[in-house]
Design a protein around this ligand. Structure first.
Ligand SMILES: Nc1ncnc2c1ncn2[C@@H]1O[C@H](COP(=O)(O)OP(=O)(O)O)[C@@H](O)[C@H]1O
Ligand SMILES: [Mg+2]
Length: 267
């Protein structure tokens, strides 16, 4: 491990969801119910499932953007009270401040957390190096490609030294080649920084490529059934995964069948 990685590393956190549910105010049916998942520290777990089955709702509860209305949700053993720098969130639309430079975007979190300017600058350099962007620190977001902006968004999260990284379809807006690059980068970053990753995606291939385990969700209020976990699929394919290998394709087909099994009843 290089020096940068050692500095960036914090202890990854485990995430416990026990009978977890969410009912939005004024709605008759729960958006999500009965979610029982134990995510181990340092795992990459992906969530897949049809639109409206509650993927983002689960992620947003872990982020602390939405309250828990049923069951328990613990990060590193403690209930979530709200958003915090220990849980970094990366969105599809990057969420960068357009009026700040790359370096200023990244330094923003550490400065908000009360770090002195010099220490925030050190964290910023470290995070920029971790995502391979040291050369563009003075650029503004609009001067960068989508893939580079997404790297900045990841660096901004890393600068807070999170124990969990939450990603909601982060690569959905990128072209296919950039997306593959970013998937590869994320694996490297995750190993170096030692974070736990919870990653929502529409792409089953992306999930099988990245995840230690894939949570397949189903249901959704549009079907009159609360969103729920249909199955949790272990992806025992090791580190260097070939999307064209038979073993990869078999897991992909299994998940695809689960996602498209319909919602007539819980299966
Ligand atoms: N703030 C909200 N208020 C009421 N209902 C919501 C809210 N956010 C999401 N929902 C509903 O909860 C369900 C799950 O949504 P979401 O978690 O966004 O699903 P997904 O990310 O899987 O597409 C949907 O029926 C959606 O309409
Ligand atoms: Mg969503």
């Amino acid at each position: 491990m290089n020096r940068t990685a050692a500095q960036t590393r914090v202890a990854p956190a485990d995430i416990a969801m026990r009978g977890l549910g969410k009912r939005y105010p004024g709605t008759a049916l729960a958006a999500v119910e009965d979610v029982d998942v134990e995510i181990r520290a340092g795992e990459i777990v992906c969530i897949v499932g049809a639109s409206g089955c509650g993927k983002s709702t689960v992620l947003r509860m872990v982020a602390g953007f939405e309250t828990v209305t049923d069951g328990d949700l613990l990060v590193a053993g403690a209930p979530i009270a709200g958003p915090g720098p220990d849980r970094g969130v990366v969105f599809q639309d990057y969420g960068l401040f357009p009026w700040l430079t790359v370096a200023e975007n990244i330094a923003y979190g550490p400065r908000q957390a009360g770090l002195a300017r010099a220490e925030a600058a050190a964290r910023t350099r470290e995070a920029l190096e971790a995502v391979g962007l040291a050369r563009v620190e003075r650029s503004f977001p609009h001067q960068l490609s989508g893939g580079m902006q997404q790297r900045v968004a990841i660096a901004r999260v890393l600068a807070n030294k999170p124990s969990v990284m939450l990603m909601d379809e982060p690569f959905g807006a990128l072209d296919a080649l950039t997306r593959t690059d970013m998937q590869h980068e994320l694996q490297r970053i995750q190993r170096d920084a030692g974070v736990t990753v919870l990653f929502v995606t529409h792409s089953i291939e992306e999930a099988v490529y990245l995840a230690d385990r894939v949570i397949v969700m189903a249901g959704g209020t549009a079907h009159g059934i609360a969103g729920h976990v249909r199955e949790i699929v272990a992806v025992d394919l090791g580190e260097d995964r070939d999307p064209n290998s038979p073993a990869f394709n078999e897991i992909e087909r299994h998940i695809d069948a689960l996602v498209h099994a319909g919602n007539a009843a819980r299966v």
